[in-house]
Design a protein around this ligand. Structure first.
Ligand code: DOR
Length: 432
């Protein structure tokens, strides 16, 4: 039996803040003791650091199967662990996509040796084509709790209604509810657009995607959630209008939740001025007023979760001209520090948006984002709030290096990550 004590940290979770030592047991994978002056086989000094429940990312692209040149489940999980995440939800736009038991089983099998829990999402439609429902009940039987066609939104209104009704009729054996998550983008409006449609797209001569491409689908899905009574989770919200509609829907008692990415609350379309494809992403970087609205949405609880939309792409592909490069940016290793840098929110609220709130949305609250108390699974992150560091894509654990924060000086870094009692990141480096 190996026990480890994290000594002298500030514990912050949904119960509030307190000081105390935390003992984790490698054998049981649980927290065995929390309190003053504890001892264990191994002592790790975390004085001055925050000890918090591990983070949960509702939105990562791990690229396996099919896109292993840019990321694998192993490399993506290593990046996640270095970012403080103990669980991630893998998006289905792999090749083949996650619309069958075979592919879900393959992802689960690779996930067993990963450095964080890897929860595959299931596609809503076969081939993510928005035409034929995927075998959701079968995928649910394998443990899938989130369904999404991410990468594209479900275009057809009636198909989305049927998908919600089907998801609403599913029963999970563990009582954890299912959620349909939507990438809101009306493709008839976004087609041909490679950045936000506005002043900058005109100046740069690039095709734009108007805010309305996102907002019309947010509006429709709020209406369909009202019609069916089924939960909808809005992925990577990027516009002020979307935030306002979700705020009103929540005030009206609808079962909707939402996430926002660090890049959407820190970067604007002006970043595209030099045609650097590292700033190309879907939904696109918007205007300063959209960024401000996302921040307000996070601060007032309209947006429940910070999700990275970690989207690795090879250097070759990102070196193509802006309009031909694939959209997407890395996020796992910079999420915490960008959030701490950009958000004017109490630390507990930032941690809530990174940990226990997304854990609840993903149906993972029995294992992740739990209070730092004895008996709970030892899925933890230890943060050094004062650590200053410079972002470097090539130094990341990801197989790709397409960070939009290259060269940026950030403050706050994950020092240790504990997965089921195992120290998977020690002093900022993965241990295996
Ligand atoms: O920028 C994006 N990249 N948005 C998406 O919806 C998909 C993602 C990817 O898979 O690269």
């Amino acid at each position: 039996m190996t026990t480890t004590v994290f000594k002298g940290g500030r514990i912050i979770d949904q119960m509030g803040e307190r000081s105390g030592d935390v003992v984790v047991d490698d054998d049981t994978g649980a927290i065995s003791q929390v309190g003053p002056d504890l001892s264990a086989d191994r002592v790790i000094d975390v004085a001055g650091c925050v000890v918090a429940p591990g983070f949960v990312d509702l939105h990562v692209h791990l690229r396996q199967p099919g896109g292993e040149a840019s990321e694998t489940i192993e490399s993506g999980s290593r990046a996640a662990a270095r970012g403080g995440f103990t669980a991630v939800v893998a998006m289905p736009n792999t090749d083949p996509c996650m619309d069958s038991a075979a592919v879900i089983n393959e992802v689960l099998a690779h996930g067993r040796t990963a450095l964080c829990d890897v929860k595959p999402s299931g596609a809503i439609s076969i081939g993510r084509d928005g035409e034929t429902l995927a075998p959701m009940a079968e995928l649910a039987g394998l443990g899938v709790r989130m369904f999404t066609d991410d990468g594209t939104g479900v275009q057809d209104d009636l198909f989305m209604r049927r998908a919600l009704e089907y998801a609403g009729s599913l029963k999970s054996d563990d009582g954890v509810p299912f959620v349909l998550a939507q990438h809101c983008e009306v493709s008839a409006l976004s087609e041909g657009g490679v950045m936000h449609e506005g002043e900058w797209s005109s100046r740069l001569g690039l095709g734009g995607q108007p805010s309305e491409a996102e907002e019309l689908m947010v509006m429709r899905d709020i209406a369909l959630s009202r019609l069916t009574g089924v939960r909808v989770h809005f992925q990577h919200l990027s516009t002020a209008g979307s935030v306002a509609m979700v705020r009103a829907a929540k005030a009206g008692g609808l079962p909707v939740t939402a996430e926002a990415t660090p890049h959407h609350f820190s970067l604007t379309d002006a970043c595209c001025a030099d045609y650097d494809a590292n700033y190309k992403v879907h939904p696109p970087l918007r205007t300063a007023s959209d960024v401000a609205a996302i921040k307000v949405g996070l601060a007032d609880g309209t947006i429940d979760a910070i999700a990275t939309d970690h989207a690795p792409h090879t250097p070759d592909s990102k070196e193509r001209p802006f309009d031909q490069a694939p959209p997407g940016m890395l996020g796992l290793e910079t999420a915490l520090a960008v959030a701490l840098d950009e958000l004017d929110m109490p630390l507990t609220d930032v941690l809530a948006a990174l940990s226990w709130q997304p854990a609840a949305i993903a149906g993972l609250a029995h294992r992740h984002g739990r209070p730092v108390e004895d008996g709970n699974p030892a899925n933890l992150t230890v943060i050094d709030l004062d650590h200053s560091w410079e972002v470097s894509g090539v130094s990341m654990a990801s197989r790709s290096s397409n960070t939009p924060f290259e060269g940026r000086q950030l403050r706050g870094r994950v020092r240790h990550t504990v997965l089921d009692g195992e120290l998977v990141v020690e002093d900022g480096e993965a241990t295996r």
